[in-house]
Design a binder for this molecule. Structure first.
Ligand SMILES: [Zn+2]
Length: 304
């Protein structure tokens, strides 16, 4: 089957495959779902199937598939934000100029607008004209995570396809196939997203040190905890990511043990995040964070 190179969202694979087989592809789609789960990969594979000249869709052998695979297909385009912040009206006008020219290689043309929730209102209104009266050969796929940022007039013109977070088994499979490190903390912190999993891999040493700090809370005295927490004191620029990771690990332990000290720890971390965002003294915030969590761990530990 097609999409075999993409992990997860199996129902959508079957659905899109079926649209092609039954010749039911319409002019505009919205692929909606969390970031980092492969929506653009799905959109590209779908485009390749639509454009393929062979009856075995996305055959990888016809001139359309060959051009597609070499990023050189005249009937296909992906629009991305140029500054990472917005997609502007001139980009949509450019799309409209191109889409008005008849296809060259295939019988259709496919345009993907990635992160289309970044389109300005002007850009959306401009795109609306094309969605209302698309050329008969044109297919537009809007890929996005936040549909609230899209005008209702845009939404009503598109067939919506909702993607789900990846399952832990999917992420584990991906990690194993790509020789990435994986364990229960990393799975929780990835939250069903391959891009989050990949980001975590860049900082594995830091997360291991955080695991060590967490494990030390119920064994070591507070002075040793402070002395072995360099990773927190030296990560001012990255502290929110590290605190998020601590939160995820505590939440996971709360779920498996139901011990209340983990609730307290999560509250303490949230408090610290607030203090840091209001520019409190950095080292003192970390001192307090560790002390308070340590107190909670040892109070409950002694009572237990
Ligand atoms: Zn082909």
């Amino acid at each position: 089957m097609n999409f075999s190179n993409i992990i997860g969202n199996e129902e959508i694979k079957i659905f899109l495959d079926n649209l092609i087989k039954t010749n039911n592809v319409v002019h505009s789609y919205m692929f909606i779902g969390p970031d980092g789960i492969g929506k653009v990969l799905f959109a590209k594979e779908f485009a390749k199937m639509i454009l393929c000249q062979d009856s075995n869709k996305a055959c990888n052998h016809c001139s359309s598939c060959i051009k597609f695979n070499s990023d050189n297909h005249p009937d296909f385009m992906i629009i991305n934000s140029e500054d990472g912040k917005s997609i502007k009206i001139n980009q949509i006008r450019f799309l409209q100029e191109r889409i008005s020219e008849k296809p060259i290689v295939s019988s259709k043309k496919v345009y993907i607008i990635n992160n289309s929730d970044l389109m300005t209102v002007e850009a959306q209104n401009c795109l609306l004209k094309t969605l209302e009266e698309p050329p008969e050969y044109a297919i537009i796929i809007l890929v996005l995570s936040n549909e609230n940022k899209c005008l209702s007039t845009i939404k009503s013109r598109c067939t919506k396809i909702a993607f789900q977070k990846l399952r832990n088994s999917d992420l584990t499979q991906y990690a194993n196939e790509n020789n990435l490190e994986i364990n229960s903390s990393l799975l929780s912190a990835s939250d069903g997203s391959i891009s989050k999993l990949l980001n975590l891999q860049n900082n594995l040493e830091a997360y291991k040190q955080l695991d060590n700090i967490i494990n030390a809370f119920s064994k070591d005295n507070i002075v040793d905890i402070w002395n072995n927490a360099d990773i927190l004191y030296k990560s001012k620029d990255n502290i929110n990511t590290l605190l998020e990771y601590l939160n995820t690990v505590f939440l996971e332990r709360l779920k498996s043990t139901k011990e209340s000290k983990y609730i307290q720890s999560i509250k303490i971390i949230e408090n610290t995040k607030n203090k840091l965002s209001s520019n409190a003294n950095y080292d003192m915030c970390i001192d307090n964070l560790l002390l308070q969590i340590w107190e909670d761990f040892n109070e409950n530990y002694n009572r237990g």
